[in-house]
Design a protein around this ligand. Structure first.
Ligand SMILES: Cc1ncc(COP(=O)(O)O)c(C=O)c1O
Length: 372
């Protein structure tokens, strides 16, 4: 049985008619950039996340970049970021002229390790970017305490965890900004690039609105040098429809994770901790296996798709070599890079397919045990 790593078809099957109608509406309005569809989506997202401001932008990357710009992060400043995450989290820091300061992550939940963050704070530190990795909430209460004690901005990167909550508060609504990506495979996926920044801060919201549109203010005056980072209307119209499905698709991910854990709990691998709906949205279901590459090949031979996020931590990527980090600096991230494997978890994945993946993993591990 073929099991693709990702299949977006089941997510769209039941809503294609609505999507076509929404696209037709955008054509009728003849407003393709920042039109009514964007305003309506922003309103719906703000309501869902219980925040006063939600600003659509062209990607999760720009959500982070514009947050840094709006907070005034600039050359001479340091921003703490995990080394085990997607490159955008750190490259935006470099792009505003500040220095990314890498820290290690927790070996089980892949999120920022609080001790490492604490050690990395210097008088130049201005902000911490906290991605909720693979869909699981960071230790926000300790991070916020640390940020408050040192007068730092805490930026939540919710690219992988939209719809996640801690004690009924939505992820993204607790930091000074919350940054979301609508890359098609995310919890809320567009049909192209898209992103969102949310905030409680009126001034920060105003600045982000300007930065996304060339620095233009409400009077049409270009107040500062900005970007072209607008969410387009067709994306927004489709996202608004998919937003209504978000809870249901996350419930599906959670159920898939529960079933994997049930089938794999006894195996000689690390599986993610299981949470009922809330702290983990299982955007990715990532296991750890000593012979990761062997397992990946074994599964590929059975037409089971997997992915590796991430096979090289950021401090060892050539684009950051100018920062002077070396192998051995972040042992947890370096070990994880050789062990992690993400299994198919998408909404609409069938129970039979999950069983097929789990049985194959057990077979691989049994073969390994015999060889040893
Ligand atoms: C943690 C994290 N941050 C930021 C991004 C960037 O989002 P985008 O691809 O929409 O620019 C991603 C996307 O993969 C991500 O996973």
């Amino acid at each position: 049985m073929k099991v693709p790593f990702i299949d977006l078809t089941p997510q769209h099957e039941g809503i294609m008619e609505e999507i076509h109608q929404a696209i037709d509406q955008v054509f009728e309005e003849n407003s393709f950039i920042l039109g009514p569809a964007v305003a309506q989506f922003e309103k719906a997202a703000a309501k869902l996340l219980s925040v006063p401001h939600a600003i659509g932008v062209n990607s999760g990357t720009d959500a982070l970049l514009l947050s840094l710009k709006a907070l005034g992060i600039s050359p001479g400043d340091e921003v703490i970021v995990p080394t085990f995450t997607f490159v955008a989290v750190a490259d935006v820091v470099a792009r505003v002229g500040a220095r990314p300061v890498f820290v290690d992550v927790d070996p089980l939940n892949y999120n920022l390790a609080i001790d490492s963050v604490n050690h990395a704070i210097t008088p130049k530190t201005k902000a911490i970017i906290a991605p909720h990795m693979f869909g699981q909430a960071c230790d926000l209460s300790n991070l916020m305490q640390l940020a408050n004690a040192h007068g730092l901005f805490l930026i939540e990167d919710v690219s992988q965890a939209m719809g996640g909550r801690i004690s009924n508060k939505h992820l993204g609504a607790m930091g000074v900004t919350g940054c979301f990506s609508f890359y098609p495979t995310k919890n809320l996926g567009g049909v192209g690039d898209g992103g969102l920044v949310v905030t409680h801060n009126d001034e920060v919201a105003e600045r982000i609105r300007r930065y996304r549109d060339h620095g233009r203010n409400g009077d049409g005056v270009f107040q500062e040098i900005g970007y072209n980072s607008r969410l387009d209307s067709i994306q927004a119209a489709i996202l608004r429809i998919k937003l209504e499905e978000l809870d249901e698709t996350i419930a599906d991910r959670v159920e898939n994770a529960r079933f994997y854990n049930e089938l794999l709990g006894e195996a000689d691998i690390e599986v993610p901790e299981f949470f009922e709906r809330g702290e983990h949205t299982y955007n990715l279901y990532t296991i750890q296996c000593e012979n990761r590459d062997g397992l990946r090949q074994f599964l590929a031979d059975r037409e089971i798709g997997t992915a590796v996020y991430y096979d090289r931590p950021l401090h060892l990527q050539p684009c950051f070599s100018y920062l002077g980090y070396k192998e051995g600096d972040f042992p947890v991230a370096e070990l994880l890079a050789s062990r992690v494997l993400s299994l198919p978890i998408y909404p609409g994945l069938k129970k039979k397919q999950i069983e097929e993946v789990a049985i194959s993993i057990h077979e691989f591990l049994a073969l390994q045990a015999v060889e040893e």
